[in-house]
Design a protein around this ligand. Structure first.
Ligand code: SF4
Length: 83
């Protein structure tokens, strides 16, 4: 969950509120942040991305863990669709 700071000016159509009332980036039906460009697999608002995203270390341990989860889930979905 990408929690936004009060001072961040992310367009309203990209945000929502968590059950606990935090303003967060909205997710699409695929579970990914709606700001993500799924064709180029990068951030569609990179220049104005939230502070928490700026602190995320590309290819760091957390990034690699997310990518491994994604690859595993994608492989599983592919296997299930082939049945
Ligand atoms: S970097 Fe961009 S696409 Fe990724 S979570 Fe943050 S706002 Fe969304």
């Amino acid at each position: 969950m990408v929690v936004l700071q009060p001072e961040e000016s992310i367009p309203d159509h990209l945000t929502t509120y968590s059950p606990k009332g935090y303003r967060v980036m909205k997710r699409g039906e695929d579970g990914w942040c709606v700001a993500m460009n799924s064709v180029q697999m990068n951030c569609g608002i990179y220049e104005t991305r939230p502070a928490v995203c700026r602190r995320f270390v590309m290819n760091g341990p957390y990034c690699r863990a997310i990518r491994e989860d994604y690859s595993r889930d994608a492989a599983k979905a592919l296997q299930e669709s082939a049945r």
